[in-house]
Design a protein around this ligand. Structure first.
Ligand code: NAP
Length: 308
């Protein structure tokens, strides 16, 4: 198998060649895609379950996405994952969206059903499972402060928090209007009053130290869904002085074991986890979507740990 395939490979039918013992029938489309750890995780799951096929990386740019998706049924694919920058565009190109994908307006998983393509979003549910496995708590019992509410991952997480009825949700985003817009959209899910004290269940707050200090004092879980921390030179989105020992801090970034935010959180005495568990659980849910059976999560976790 090659490290990365292209649209031309998919078009020629080469990767899915029926002559191969384990033809490629799953993959991830992205641009860039070379960093993706999904092949290691999904191929370990396929092998563990005795499913005779492979999962591969496909370097597909925005202009190629529609053609690549339309080739999937005739190339006998089970489905694909979509990553940056295809999650929003993909939702408009498939034939049907399941409930989670409709709510988020973006997809990370496509399942081929005969000639039809069905879109799913497993990022939010994957995040929820990650929080349960990292901190042994359910989202519905948490007061959540979400940084990066205007991005794709942030939106999927916010929609999941609303669907599970979390105790309270504070939306923070560099471009404040996007957080305000999302708050307006999610308002109906937070109509009953469950928290007591000087705070409301759903708020969009500007990215300002004073406002954040007050909100963090009234939160249990702080989530980073911004891109801040992807580069080694990035600053922490929150200073250690704003964090406190009562917090759980989850960084969706998995490129580094310890991001600047997690370093600051550990300094403040908080509990921390990085985004590898979200990657694992969104991938396990994709596997379950394609095969309608439980995913071998421990096998996938071990494959990710040795690839990361
Ligand atoms: P995206 O749609 O491009 O959103 C980027 C978000 O980051 C926006 O909210 C943006 O704010 C914010 N942002 C970017 N640069 C910033 C800066 N310098 N200061 C403050 N905020 C900044 O990207 P995405 O796909 O949602 O990905 C966001 C993060 O989630 C990435 O770090 C990615 O690694 C992570 N992620 C993890 C998983 C997982 O499985 N663990 C899955 C998906 C994504 P504006 O709205 O103001 O531009």
């Amino acid at each position: 198998m090659k490290d990365t395939y292209t649209l031309a490979d998919l078009d020629s039918g080469k990767p899915a060649g029926a002559a191969e013992a384990n033809p490629i029938r799953l993959g991830v489309f992205g641009d860039p895609v070379a960093h993706s750890l999904s092949p290691q995780m999904q191929n370990a799951a396929l092998e563990k379950c005795g499913l005779p096929m492979n999962y591969a990386r496909f370097q597909i740019n925005a202009d190629e996405l529609e053609s690549a998706l339309r080739l999937l049924p005739e190339r006998n694919f089970m489905g694909v994952n979509l990553t940056i920058p295809h999650k929003l565009a993909g939702a408009a190109l498939v034939d049907e969206l399941d409930g989670s994908a409709q709510r988020v307006g973006a997809i990370n998983t496509v399942r081929v059903d005969g000639e039809k393509l069905i879109g799913f979003n497993t990022d939010g549910a994957g995040f929820s499972r990650a929080i349960r496995s990292e901190f042994s708590v359910d989202l519905r019992d948490l007061r959540v402060l979400l940084l990066g509410a205007g991005g794709g991952a942030g939106r999927a997480i916010a929609v999941q928090c609303a669907a599970e009825g979390c105790e309270r949700l504070v939306l923070v985003n560099r471009t404040f209007e996007k957080a305000q817009q999302l708050a307006a959209e999610l308002r109906p899910s937070f109509s009953d009053t469950r928290v007591s004290g000087p705070v409301s269940r759903l708020e969009a707050v500007p990215w300002e130290e004073h406002a954040l200090r007050f909100q963090i004092a009234n939160s249990d879980l702080v989530v980073n869904a911004t891109a801040l921390g992807m580069k080694r030179s990035d600053p922490s989105p929150l200073a250690a002085a704003l964090l406190a020992p009562h917090l759980m801090v989850y960084d969706t970034i998995y490129a580094h074991a310890r991001t600047p935010l997690l370093t600051a959180a550990l300094e403040a005495g908080a509990r921390t986890a990085n985004g590898l568990s979200m990657l694992l659980h969104q991938g396990a849910l994709s596997f379950e979507t394609w095969f309608e059976r439980d995913a071998p999560v421990e096998t996938m976790r071990r494959a990710l740990a040795s690839a990361a």
